[in-house]
Design a protein. Structure first.
Length: 280
């Protein structure tokens, strides 16, 4: 177990100011973005913008669902191992709902927030307990989740979760293409977990392995306490660079009239600008 002083020092590293860049990456007009890039080699945040702004999580919460399930089950049935793979690699919503229901729904978020030290994360509102995609979280908290997996989780949990993210499939189980943001903007190697909500349940063009764009989807009900009401969200998160040196998280909310193709193009272009500014 990590010593208390080490845990405190780790938390303080995230409070250090970002390394100055010659020009901050441009966020397109009408887009709300929160991003953080953390350099694991230097222990510094190299880029940040609205790092603690809350977004609705969409499928990014599946990282927390997986951590909670694995840490509460010493023995995992083969059927659940298969579900975890589908949830993390292909962003399968039915798999996430299964774990969400069995794990106590919002209590999953409460447990992982306490364990991982997440300060901006909260479960869905009480009137939407089944809507895991309406968990609220920030870019900084997603960085903390990745750091937990890399530095504090047991090898069993770390290797299973990150192993699936390293093998993220292009096509989500619902036919949306997941290769927007980091996969479209950053050279391999990378490990990613994507998220999206508000673009409907059917992709405008069904994903094929040779498709140039990317898609994802989630729940769309609009309780008042959910961030960015009426605005579709698109998130790209993961580990990038040689030896997975950088943790990169970009959460975005787009205008209510935004199209899928426009949103993915803007998000991928912004991810590219952030990567170039933060990793040089």
């Amino acid at each position: 177990m990590r010593r208390p002083l080490t845990i405190i020092m780790t938390a303080l590293l995230l409070l250090l100011p970002a390394v100055p860049a010659s020009a901050a990456p441009y966020v397109p007009a009408g887009v709300r973005a929160g991003y953080v890039v953390f350099d694991r080699q230097t222990g510094r945040v190299t880029a940040r913008h609205d790092a603690h702004r809350r977004f609705r999580s969409a499928s990014v919460v599946k990282i927390l669902i997986a951590i909670d399930y694995l840490e509460s089950h010493r023995v995992v049935p083969r059927s659940d191992l298969a579900l975890l793979g589908r949830m993390l690699r292909a962003s399968d919503d039915a798999a996430a709902t299964s774990f969400w229901t069995r794990g106590g729904r919002g209590r999953i978020v409460e447990r992982t927030a306490r364990r991982l030290g997440l300060t901006d994360t909260a479960p869905p509102p009480a009137d939407k307990p089944g809507f895991w995609g309406y968990t609220s979280l920030s870019a900084m908290d997603v960085v903390r989740a990745y750091r937990y997996l890399l530095d504090r989780a047991t090898p069993r949990v770390r290797d299973l979760v990150l192993g699936h993210l390293r093998a993220a499939e292009r096509c989500g189980s619902d036919g949306f293409d997941q290769y927007f943001g980091i996969p479209g903007a950053v050279p391999r190697p990378w490990a990613v977990k994507q998220g999206w909500s508000g673009y409907g349940s059917t992709p405008p063009v069904r994903c094929a392995k040779t498709s140039p764009a990317a898609r994802t989807a989630s729940f769309q009900a609009r309780p008042v306490s959910v961030p960015d009401l009426g605005h579709p969200v698109l998130h790209t998160t993961g580990l990038v660079g040689k030896d997975e040196r950088w943790i990169m998280v970009l959460l975005t909310a787009h205008p209510s009239t935004a199209t899928w193709s426009g949103s993915t193009a803007r998000t991928t272009a912004l991810a590219r600008r952030i990567y170039l500014a933060a990793t040089r």
